[in-house]
Design a protein around this ligand. Sequence first.
Ligand SMILES: Cc1ncc(COP(=O)(O)O)c(C=O)c1O
Length: 381
Amino acid sequence: MTGISTTSIHAADKLSRVSDVVAPINVSTTYKYSENVNDLVKAADRNPDDSIIGEHVYSRETHPNSEQAEEILGAITDAHAVTYCSGIAAIFAAFTHCNPKTLAIGGGYHGTHGIADVFTKVKNLKQISLEDCKQDPTLLSAGDMVYVETPVNPDGEIFDLELFANIAHSRGASLVVDATFAPPPLSDPFKQGADLVIHSATKFFGGHSDLLAGVVLTKDPKVKNDLVNERVFLGSNIANLESFLLIRSLRTYELRILRQSSNATKIVEYLTANQGKYPKISKVIHGSLQKDAFISKQMPNGDSPVFCIELESEELAKAFPGKLKYFHHATSLGGVESLIEWRPLSDSHCPPNLLRFSVGVENVEDLILDLEQALSNIHQK
Ligand SMILES: Cc1ncc(COP(=O)(O)O)c(C=O)c1O
């Protein structure tokens, strides 16, 4: 397999329909049918399960830029990729595809719990916790779904995927993993037995805080085909312009993710080394500080660029982002610019004193100096 950068720059070359070095934006929503009458098959004569991949008819189904984005994402993850108009749309599509009667789910992105609640409302989906299914795997049956977000939003705790793959598979259930916080090469959940892997491509794949996208990955071409056919009726394909931006972003993806990961680990090292000097930091939370044996296997190539700290009080946590120069106070993560979020603003279940950081590609010395001045400021009082 070629490296991630080579792959992300060249995987879609074979799909180019023009001689442009940069793939053009295809804005058309509709595509001319073949001029060969033998290719024209009535809808009534077509099998709805047949593949529509590769023949562009209407952009809600497929279009050239989404096809290119899927080619690249599939190549860098060694899987088959299906793109969506947001991460949440990708998660919704995975729930729809798996259609479980029981869902085992842990903490994590509040939007995913929102989807689970919609499924509970419209089709009586039973929800149990990951702890429940660990204690009693017989709560799961064939066709059910174990959903693990790892590293988990917001604090970045890493969960043992092999453990949950074994539990799910022992009952004929699927393991679906949201790996948004540790995209390749940081982790590859298929190696631990995931059946579907989801990323909010808005985050690290997009990387510039200027596009919304999601992706579901599968090792099975038949599942890709089914997901693409289901997506037509969910109406959630990635849009033309967004997929162009995503292709643009993927060209520098590996450079960004490795730099963001190493910047985050260095900042966490700085914070933990100086916790004595800054007693108002009550906790630093990051995968690099988690010592479970499975971690080196599951996260072999670096830590997530996202980490959290807890400050002594809610008031201090609320005021802290305003003291920083380079970390914008904003939600989301994964972009080239560093962000900090007083997380209770968007997550109603997190501790009131939690600050989530998404580390960008700035020079890490500058980020550390910025944190140092802000921390010194709150310790002067
Ligand atoms: C872990 C995780 N998964 C999924 C999503 C949803 O992605 P999007 O905002 O692209 O819909 C988010 C958004 O923050 C997230 O953090």
